[in-house]
Design a protein around this ligand. Sequence first.
Ligand SMILES: *[C@@H]1O[C@H](CO)[C@@H](O)[C@H](O)[C@H]1NC(C)=O
Ligand SMILES: *[C@@H]1O[C@H](CO)[C@@H](O)[C@H](O)[C@H]1NC(C)=O
Ligand SMILES: *[C@@H]1O[C@H](CO)[C@@H](O)[C@H](O)[C@H]1NC(C)=O
Ligand SMILES: *[C@@H]1O[C@H](CO)[C@@H](O)[C@H](O)[C@H]1NC(C)=O
Ligand SMILES: *[C@@H]1O[C@H](CO)[C@@H](O)[C@H](O)[C@H]1NC(C)=O
Length: 398
Amino acid sequence: MFSSTIFLSLLFPLTITAQSCGTRCALYTLAWSDQFDGNAVDTSMWNYRTGPRLASYQRKENVEQIDGELIITQKKESYQGLNYTAGGLISVPNFHYGYFEAYVKLNKGGGWHNAFWLMCGNGSKTVYTNTHTEIDIFEIETSKPKEMINAMNFWLGNGNRASGYSAVHRPRKNSTEWNLHSALWTEERVVFFENGKLVWDYTFGPQAWTHNYINIWLTTVANAAFGTEDSALPSSMRVGNVSYYQKDYYLTSSTLCFFDNPSSANCPSNAGYSETGSGWTTSSLSGYTKKLSTRYVTGSSNAAATWSLSSLKVSGTYDVSAFIVVYSNSDPKAKYQLLKNGQVVQEDIEIDQTKGVNRWAVIASNVTMNTGENWAVRVKASGVGSIRADTVKFIRTA
Ligand SMILES: *[C@@H]1O[C@H](CO)[C@@H](O)[C@H](O)[C@H]1NC(C)=O
Ligand SMILES: *[C@@H]1O[C@H](CO)[C@@H](O)[C@H](O)[C@H]1NC(C)=O
Ligand SMILES: *[C@@H]1O[C@H](CO)[C@@H](O)[C@H](O)[C@H]1NC(C)=O
Ligand SMILES: *[C@@H]1O[C@H](CO)[C@@H](O)[C@H](O)[C@H]1NC(C)=O
Ligand SMILES: *[C@@H]1O[C@H](CO)[C@@H](O)[C@H](O)[C@H]1NC(C)=O
């Protein structure tokens, strides 16, 4: 299904829009999806979750695709000092704001902690060294099949949690039946849905905690705290499909990597961002979201930074804004341009980066953009003060 979607979209402006969250998801179109067709996990889309967690050891041998479903098998099996094995998948691509959805049926029998959740990760471990955010679209202890938890967890990067918030829903449809779980993550909030019904609306602005790139996790682990029901094993967590729908594009100058090894190919990208002129440096001033670094260069009149959407995915009307990082020694006459396929379509909007508060500044409104076009924002230094670069957003309005 996914590969045919990609194929068709090259020939026709075909778009699949999100359905299960009503008008809130208007204009969100399918950007990444797995229907789990075929007889093997597509490892260009997924890494395996491996290693110990709670009472089970996670193995790739426990993860299969059968009859169009992802099957993660829970076993009573001694492995690496633990008495159970299970597994999980973690998406290879990382994502930002959008609508995330999965169709899931859980095992009968207690003692398993199952989840569809969002956090940076590539399967190597559960703890990463940078500050990051975890969004749990559902966590279900199978001992309580009619109880579902939605949660937000804010991590410090040293293995410790700064804070966490959750909502518990009960009673609900039994998790041993098929349920559609989803969440819409925007710059202002995360809204959770179950079977198309809004269940939790959590306000989550970019200064509340880091809005970093995240990966999709589909996982099951044995939880000894709830007493694993051995008589029900082997059993499985089944997933019919999982999807990511996107509306807006955020491009950032941040070089902060959420993995331990910043040279890892799996690091969240600052793809689309480039600098010209020498002397660009990472600043200690943060920008639109907490903990993400920004960039600056001082006294260089030929310096510029460009945020470029190499090939727009979906035609529409967009508003374009740049985040202004204000500081007393910044550039008082920074000039912002909008470019289409390399040509300037809107000249020099002058913005004083020394005045006011950190904010989004509108660069262009109601711009008609078409699939395949390259759209970019460029900021040029005046040569006075330090020009600062952070994030640019393309917000689809129609
Ligand atoms: C595994 O099961 C054995 C036998 O019941 C028990 O002695 C051991 O403590 C269990 N291991 C763990 C890690 O729970
Ligand atoms: C959930 O459904 C399973 C059958 O799939 C059943 O055994 C179990 O009792 C149900 N649980 C509740 C709390 O209704
Ligand atoms: C996933 O499956 C559910 C249930 O059939 C369906 O509502 C949803 O549209 C499917 N998503 C995709 C992208 O196929
Ligand atoms: C995950 O990233 C780490 C670096 O932090 C790397 O050592 C490891 O090989 C990566 N694993 C996968 C499956 O890509
Ligand atoms: C953009 O379009 C909307 C709806 O047509 C209109 O209300 C608004 O004034 C326009 N904004 C600009 C800056 O042209």
